[in-house]
Design a binder for this molecule. Sequence first.
Ligand code: ATP
Length: 298
Amino acid sequence: MMQIFVPLNFLGFVYREMKGSMANIEAMFALLRQKATITDIENAPDLQLSEGRIELENISFHYQSERPILNNISFKVGANQKVAIVGSSGAGKSTLLKLLFRFYDASSGRILIDGQDIKHVNQSSLRRALGIVPQDTVLFNQSILENIRYGRIDASDDDVYKAIRMAHLEDFIARLPKGVDTLVGERGLKLSGGEKQRVAIARALLKQSPIMIFDEATSSLDSASERLILEAIRDIAREHTMLVIAHRLSTVVDADHILVLEQGEIIEQGTHTKLLELNGQYAHLWSLQQRERALTSD
Ligand code: ATP
């Protein structure tokens, strides 16, 4: 899946993006792994964020023309709503995110953010506007404070500490030998998967975007870590529009709307309770995960 090929002019673009904003180092890493297939229309304006509404209208997409990946996907995430996408591996969940960040353009259909077609705004403003908690978080050999500040390098200390609190990192940091100044990364303290995800949450919060996208890591978390992350997501969802790509259904139970994606199509949708009543794929996944939980807690 990873694209090694990075054209030189694209590296130039990435450099300008980084120099210009450093707004989201995570997105930059994702960018480096993508081919530059997309260009802005001439004089494309900035995306104007207001409430943070997302709308997908009849989106279809293929990487290679003989193999459709997404087929006629439509859904809305209203301001301050939490919408979750679940589905088996290969269903097309990450592809949907790639389209939202405009690493690719849909083969047909439109994606609107606050009523603006993402094809009609410039890509830097689009990516700056979306807070993302990626599956894999890159940590640098710097203090935990600096690692978090990568979300927005000109953030005030107050904003950084607020993000730390909202990401439920306070207790963890209080226990570190040098608190926020503790060195982390390859040559410093190794963080667990759950701690890394909370650093990613704090980084994303610093962007102060009304939209937060959470691409849940597939790796399992211990129950204490999972609880902290769930609490952080719940708090953030109160004040943000949230789109969650979920692997653990515990993350989606309280979502306003859940989409079940299989082979590029939405096969079921509704709230957790409605989907359990439907007794289809979601209910099946739920009972599998409940059984697994019971086994691990034994
Ligand atoms: P997972 O839960 O395992 O991350 P997913 O639901 O996110 O899976 P996608 O990564 O969106 O699924 O992949 C959907 C399909 O698209 C898969 O069959 C995958 O092999 C294919 N695919 C993904 N990226 C590319 C690419 N760059 N070129 C060609 N095919 C791709």
